[in-house]
Write a protein that binds this ligand. Structure first.
Ligand code: DMJ
Length: 657
């Protein structure tokens, strides 16, 4: 009797909890804004095709009796179907409205209702309002940084103060990896000023950077962070200044003499010691900008940190006509690539740069690996080197084979909707049941390769989490359906994917998503002098930190989402975003090698056909370079694949989470 009472009590408790969630988070009938745009976010436990869900404890992939979400099961099991071949294109007639009528089951909604709900539902006035809100968000953060923090690296938005490296505690890597005492936030924000068309502030900021920022600092920074946030921004701003077409308004600088390019070169040279004395060619994770690799340094690096330098280093090399930078970055990518598992084709997340031994065997899409994949594709887009695309395609296929769980198609078939999980790189076995917020960049990457249907699915999953908390927790446990790590440092990844999906689909749904994100940022993170990191996505407590990527990425993508006529996505121009959201125009000039060949380990030939000795890692020295950056770029449109999507696909997807 007691036992039965306990079970009954638990059932009632659970029903009560669902009721509370239903009321508090609006997971049931829509209210307010969502009366016009109703989405139902049923956070019900996912069920396997043949029975109720059960906890994911116990060995995964046990033959027979598998239970719980199919995400727990290895790919290729009956429940999950065989690994997905990519890119998957919907077959005509299969994904059409008639089929969805079946998939949606009881929810009998005709096409008209979906048309009404999602199409034309975002009036131009509202869009302009949201664009202005995004610009205002940037301006508030930027102005406060300039007033209270510059020339320090970051703004502490709650106490209205500046923040620099933590000299008192060198082990505080969370701060010291990023803050180099080089006015990080100002540097990182340069091209956002241009994208927003603010030429006077852009010109002022560039002059400030030229006149006040120096890299001759006793700062030990992470090579990756310095590259994507500082080097990338300098190069992007340099290209904006020297662009003969000036699409953003007059962003030229009087008497500009390539100073930003020289600064980029200076910084890159200071990062080069990371590539010396490494047996594998994989760089050390950190360098001191004055003294090189610290004697007590760590030999372990994450894959993304070591393998996502090619875009910035490649641009620098090609602008300078000096292959050194691209060569070291490319060698690092290849070294990592050669260490992938023979069986799965996957890479781990942490590697020893001397032994090539994988210290972290977790393979996933988030922290430690995210931008590694991103830069394989983006390097190809920018430089046109076939080998980059080949590596990307192979990596993408392995991701589909081993990381992607759930049913093959987003909107049809048996099983749970798709999700990308973290697995052991050698066995493909599930390693944990969380995903991290960094992974939310992946749908954006999928848009770039035209796998839009899958991107829509995955994006909807992340958006559903955002809806629940008004932010993305750093880690979310999909089995427990609760955050594992609770902070949200104003990251851009979901906005980035939202923007790219909007560009690909032009579906107003993504404008609604953007509006939702803007509104929660305003509501939960705006403080006295800027926008603050959310310490806890549930109780909404804040931390006194505004990371530089908030201005360089989060605000930029939000603004671009609503700024329909921005030159970034207008025809006649073509831009790509670096992993830090810096814009780079894609043009033939960057596809030309100013040197003849350089990809062999031994050496290559210069333009005159003379053979060139390729330095070994320990021989690397600063190589003088001459600038050829004033060539007029040959603009050609880089177009995202434009595909229209079906409205109910979204509705069904979010309803399933
Ligand atoms: C940024 O610095 C970049 O987007 C990077 O690739 C990942 N992390 C942050 C933002 O979350």
């Amino acid at each position: 009797m007691q036992w039965r009472a306990l079970v009954l009590g638990l059932v009632l408790l659970r029903l009560g909890l669902h009721g509370v969630l239903w009321l508090v988070f609006g997971l049931g009938p829509s209210m307010g804004f969502y009366q016009r745009f109703p989405l139902s976010f049923g956070f019900q436990r996912l069920r396997s095709p043949d029975g109720p869900a059960s906890p994911a404890s116990g060995p995964v992939g046990r033959p027979g009796g598998l239970s719980g979400p199919s995400w727990l099961q290895p790919p290729g099991t009956a429940a999950t179907q065989s690994p997905r071949k990519v890119p998957r294109r919907p077959e005509p007639g299969v994904c059409g409205p008639a089929h969805w009528g079946y998939v949606l089951g009881g929810r009998d909604r005709g096409p008209d209702e979906y048309e009404k709900r999602y199409s034309g539902a975002f009036p131009p006035q509202l869009r302009a309002q949201m664009r202005d809100l995004a610009r205002g968000m940037f301006v508030f953060g930027y102005d406060n940084y300039m007033a209270h923090a510059f020339p320090q690296d970051e703004l502490n938005p709650i106490h209205c103060r500046g923040r620099g490296p933590d000299r008192g505690d060198p082990s505080n890597l969370n701060i010291n990896d990023v803050l180099g005492n080089y006015s990080l936030t100002l540097v990182d924000a340069l091209d956002t000023l241009a994208v927003m068309g603010n030429s006077s502030e852009f010109q002022k900021a560039v002059k400030l950077v030229i006149n006040t920022v120096s890299f001759d600092k006793d700062s030990t920074v992470q090579v990756f962070e310095a590259t994507i946030r500082v080097l990338g921004s300098l190069l992007s701003a340099h290209r904006i200044i020297t662009d003969s077409k000036q699409p953003f308004g007059d962003m030229t600088i009087k008497d500009y003499d390539n100073e930003l390019l020289y600064m980029a070169h200076d910084l890159a040279v200071r990062l080069l010691p990371a590539f010396e004395n490494t047996k594998t060619g994989i760089p050390y994770p950190r360098v001191n900008l004055k003294t090189g690799v610290p004697p007590d340094t760590n030999n372990e690096t994450c894959t993304a940190g070591a393998g996502s330098l090619l875009v910035e280093f490649g641009i620098l090399s090609r602008l300078l006509g000096d292959s050194t930078f691209e060569w070291v970055a490319r060698r690092a990518v290849k070294a990592l690539w050669n260490l992938r598992s023979n069986d799965t084709g996957l890479l781990g997340n942490v590697v020893n740069i001397q032994t090539g031994h994988w210290v972290g065997k977790q393979s996933g899409l988030g922290a430690g690996l995210d931008s590694f994949y991103e830069y394989l594709l983006k390097s190809y887009i920018l430089f046109g080197e076939k080998e980059d695309l080949e590596m990307f395609n192979a990596a993408y296929q392995s991701i589909q084979n081993y990381l992607r769980r759930g049913r093959e198609a987003c909107n049809e078939g048996e099983g749970d909707p798709p999700l990308y999980v973290n697995v052991n790189m050698f066995s493909g076995q599930l390693m944990n049941t969380w995903i991290d917020s960094l992974q939310a960049f992946f749908p954006g990457l999928q848009v770039l390769i035209g796998d839009v249907e899958d991107a829509i699915c995955l994006h909807a999953f992340y958006y559903a989490i955002w809806k629940r908390y008004g932010a993305l927790p750093e880690r979310y446990n999909w089995q427990l359906q609760a955050p594992d790590v609770l902070f949200y440092p104003l990251r851009p990844e979901l906005v980035e994917s939202t923007y790219l999906l909007y560009q690909a689909t032009k579906n107003p749904f993504y404008l609604h998503v953007g509006m939702d994100i803007l509104q929660s940022l305003e509501k939960y993170t705006k403080v006295k002098c800027g926008y603050a990191t959310l310490h806890h996505v549930i109780d909404k407590s804040t931390e006194d930190r505004m990371e530089s990527f908030f201005l360089s990425e989060t605000c930029k993508y939000l603004y671009l989402l609503f700024d329909e006529d921005n030159p970034v996505h207008k025809s006649g121009t073509r831009y790509m975003f670096t992993t830090e959201g810096h814009i780079v125009s894609v043009d033939e000039h960057l596809r030309e090698l100013p040197w003849k060949e350089f990809f062999s380990e031994e050496g290559g030939q210069d333009q005159g056909g003379k053979s060139v000795h390729r330095p070994k890692p320990h021989e690397l020295k600063v190589i003088n370079s001459s600038s050829n950056c004033n060539r007029v770029p040959d603009e050609r449109r880089y177009s995202l694949p434009l595909k229209s999507i079906y409205m109910r696909q979204i509705d069904q997807m979010v309803g399933l989470i």
